[in-house]
Design a binder for this molecule. Sequence first.
Ligand SMILES: NC(=O)c1ccc[n+]([C@@H]2O[C@H](COP(=O)([O-])OP(=O)(O)OC[C@H]3O[C@@H](n4cnc5c(N)ncnc54)[C@H](OP(=O)(O)O)[C@@H]3O)[C@@H](O)[C@H]2O)c1
Length: 208
Amino acid sequence: MGRRCLPLLLARYARVVALGRRRVFPAHERLAEHVVDFERLAEQAELLRGDDLFCCLGTTLEAAGSREAFRRVDHDYVVALARLAHEQGVRRFFLVSALGADAGSRVFYSRVKGEVEKAVGELPFEAVHILRPSLLLGAREESRPAERVGQLFGRLAGPLFVGPLARYRAVPAADVAAALVGCAESDAGGVHVHYPRPRAGRRHDPEP
Ligand SMILES: NC(=O)c1ccc[n+]([C@@H]2O[C@H](COP(=O)([O-])OP(=O)(O)OC[C@H]3O[C@@H](n4cnc5c(N)ncnc54)[C@H](OP(=O)(O)O)[C@@H]3O)[C@@H](O)[C@H]2O)c1
């Protein structure tokens, strides 16, 4: 997701700072990319200075290997990032969450996503924008067979999800990136939840 956001961020902002556990972006004169240890983020808090922070951090239960490890990334890292960013003067926080996020859910994944939304939404940012996409098409670089099957199903079943079910349609990662960065156009304060959908006329996401 982050790599889809970068060109949009560079088009909007004079300076972009990217944080990750490894370098992934091609060099750009207005991009400062930093490798950070999310377990010790407080030691690099000064990197979090800026106006807006866009967070696409997240793993899967499969990749994390345990519920605890998943929660560490999708909840603890994100909340720590948001707290430090607020302390450093960041005004707005933009978060990619997931459809079904609900702190009261009996489903572990949805509960963790709901809890992170709640924790971030309680911080006194000027605005928090939360995106809850369904399955992302063309998102991850790693090859994950189960996700590939899900993506194929998502492409085939997409036309069945109409009306109130439209938010369940799989959505190209590029469209979610556009929706995420597009939220920065809003002057509205407070917490906002968005359900990104495939852009009109788009049938599928081109492979990267
Ligand atoms: N994929 C979907 O179908 C889907 C659906 C709904 C919501 N979402 C949510 O959308 C967000 C972005 O997901 P994505 O599918 O775009 O995934 P992605 O491409 O794998 O991006 C996730 C980011 O999190 C980083 N990350 C993962 N594990 C980490 C760890 N242990 N320590 C530090 N950084 C770590 C990744 O770093 P590396 O580049 O180094 O791996 C990457 O920068 C996530 O919050 C996810 O839950 C995804």
